[in-house]
Design a binder for this molecule. Sequence first.
Ligand SMILES: Nc1ncnc2c1ncn2[C@@H]1O[C@H](COP(=O)(O)OP(=O)(O)OP(=O)(O)O)[C@@H](O)[C@H]1O
Ligand SMILES: [Mg+2]
Length: 625
Amino acid sequence: MPSIQLLSPRLANQIAAGEVVERPASVVKELIENALDAGATRVDIEIEQGGARLIRVRDNGSGIAESDLPLALSRHATSKIASLDDLEAVASLGFRGEALASISSVSRLTLMSRTAGQEAASKVEVEGRDMDARISPAAHPVGTTVEVRDLFFNTPARRKFLRTEKTEFNHVEECVRRQALGRFNAGFTLHHNQRAVQSLRPAETAQDKERRIAALCGQQFIDNAVVIEAEAIGLRLWGWVALPTFSRSQSDLQYFFVNGRVIRDRLVAHAVRQAYRDVLYNNRHPAFVLYLEVDPATVDVNVHPTKHEVRFRDGRLIHDFIFRTLHKALADVRPDDHLRGAVAQSFGREQSAASELIAAGMPGNHWAGQSAGQARNPPYSQSGSPDIRPQQGWHASDQMAFYNSLNAGGGVDVSGADPGALAGAQPDNNDEAPLGYAIAQLHSIYILAQGRTGLIVVDMHAAHERITYERMKLALADQNLKSQPLLVPLSLAVSQKEAALVESHGSELQQVGLQIERIGPETLVIRQVPALLRGADTEQLVRDVLADLIEHGQSDRVEAVTHELLGTMACHGSVRANRQLTIPEMNSLLRDMEATERSGQCNHGRPTWTVVTLSELDKLFLRGR
Ligand SMILES: Nc1ncnc2c1ncn2[C@@H]1O[C@H](COP(=O)(O)OP(=O)(O)OP(=O)(O)O)[C@@H](O)[C@H]1O
Ligand SMILES: [Mg+2]
């Protein structure tokens, strides 16, 4: 074996670059992060040939003092931390002190900078295997420009992995999008081959922020999003989550920031998925832009060189906080939230949707920037609107009669519904119901209703299914998951780890109606299961629960399977298509939808209703306004 030698600085940096600099977009990420760490309020990014030929990032941040320039490009040199304590509570995006050294070892990098205290700017570049810094005078305003040419010119293996110009630029764009979503107070411009691609002004107000989200994630997203804002136990979660009916076939519109840093995290992904569980089609993905703010000391950012991952000190707490916040926000979505989205889409796009709606006198909490969970204002209480309430009053008794008639047909028992609560559904004279009032039934399938915004069409079966399902869930929650002994206890071969888990989580398992005992190092016996799930595949259920416990420290499997079962029961117990309803019956269904959690989607994630606005109708009939 050859003798041991010290690597040259360039080679050592190239090895480090292997981890951090995968493609042009990784360079762009590091350079923007440096600019933001320097307090820049403006970041201009120029790209040529997808970044393979040129990446130039200019900022108006603090700049680097001339005396510090040689260090800026050397490895293990940073101004951001000085001690282990600093590392454990890092607030800046960078801290490793190696990005510029790595990038300059695999490209031709020059850095120009000037601080406010300096008369003139200087330029630095490195050369040779020792990467000696060469400094010369330059012209530059306060701030920094980093130019990276010919990426991977000296590492052909890496260069070979570069994709087409278009693909690489797509990655760059995605990277800029993330950074721009992460820092509202900075403006960004992006050019590709001298063509302007993106230009974002700093966003100060809530409206500016929504405009930026619309520019980066699409107007559709913001029109269909609910504002999240929650704070508890030193944690804050805010941002936007899309309504379940605006789901995606891919997980491509999911942005999660922890203290301003965009991350991908399994724990977070699981919490979000769980919150959407009841309202999304199986293979659909939710869309969201969310910001979590936590004490930096409770999250370890030094997990991976690219800093795309973090480790939470108390993962379970974070998981619960995210899940609960989103779950509640989604459950609280009511028809008026959907309507705002629909109405916004039918307005012109010249002004932001938000200002249109405010101008239209629809003071919804969404646009007012309040939390999604707060009590809603009556959405359409403007005076002067046409009176579309039914001529005769309709009463809680209509509603009861409606359900009772369903029950007579073998439906689900909802006679326990509180008549007092139903009485509250009666229209009072100032409010109009978001879903309007029934005018007809179409082919015994759809309810047609007249609302202030236009024509509302409700899929009667889908809507009723959700209402029944939510009621069954409530009823179930009251009695908890009643447990029932198995006639023949079921024994199960598992790993030692799983068996140990059953011992340590006994009380949690009991809570969900599972009584499981360890009777050998690798053997379990299942004695009791939730009464409702007697017929289910018990073994599979328990295996799934254990797998969840291993991966996430908790499991919502029993609840999920129970809900699935309730969903099926609700589907069979709900009003079928082809059944004639009276106007009061239809109205009581509409009022119930307004009052029911997640009533915008049926149990399979399909929408339960839609609106055709007056302006859309006007367009159909070429009626100019
Ligand atoms: N745009 C900039 N404006 C001001 N200072 C900068 C800029 N870019 C780099 N620096 C200075 O150069 C140092 C080295 O930057 P580099 O990106 O290599 O390391 P880092 O940001 O400290 O850590 P990391 O490797 O995690 O990015 C920074 O600590 C900072 O002091
Ligand atoms: Mg850096």
